[in-house]
Design a protein around this ligand. Sequence first.
Ligand code: ADP
Ligand code: MG
Length: 238
Amino acid sequence: MAELRLVGARKSFGPVDVLHGIDLAVQDGEFVVFVGPSGCGKSTLLRVIAGLETVTEGEVYIDGQRVTDRPASERDLAMVFQSYALYPHMSVRKNMAFALENMGLKSAEIDARVTRAATMLRLTDYLERRPKALSGGQRQRVAIGRAIVRDPKIFLFDEPLSNLDAELRVATRKELAALHAEIGGTMIYVTHDQVEAMTLADRIVVLRAGRIEQVGSPLELYNSPCNTFVAGFIGSPR
Ligand code: ADP
Ligand code: MG
């Protein structure tokens, strides 16, 4: 069974059609990357999956359950944004623990999850600091940690590395790949960076003006782009 399935997902804002009917199935544990030019609907698609926007038409299924009308809080997923959106007045530890406290988990379980995520993300020395005392890369790792501790079925990332400088972007990208290997969740990742897409993805979904242009493994898209748009995006010399 597909972990996530979109059937004819359309989204309009007033008279503007942003998504034109997206059909997509993502398998359990798959790392799927959405690419496409600015304004093509990548973030909207992610928000529709997250339940932060409702579809105008079509259906969304998670783990076989229809969640089309369910809010984000009732979907088993966690989203990491480009702007870290950390709570400035809380320590790193509290930023990670906060949602778990609201979920009603016992404090021993919360501590264990925070410790595990902090170790994975090399944040153990920074747990008592406030976000403003961290570097950009560390802040983004806290944002990722906040998603990990919730142990969701699906992780959604919206250009999580685009505010980092080039060196940190490469390092954090490698951490994300290692993280996926370690925890094995289903990852849906938006980027406009071809290198990120090619190195992280099991499958790449190329979007253009609210439609799926092509879906395939990085190698398939590289070797057999369906048109010059995809070729231009993936960087193959067709
Ligand atoms: P991307 O993430 O690929 O850059 P977005 O999903 O952010 O694209 O936006 C796709 C289109 O939808 C853009 O034209 C954008 O202006 C429009 N859009 C996104 N959100 C809204 C909104 N809340 N209201 C109106 N238009 C929106
Ligand atoms: Mg976007």
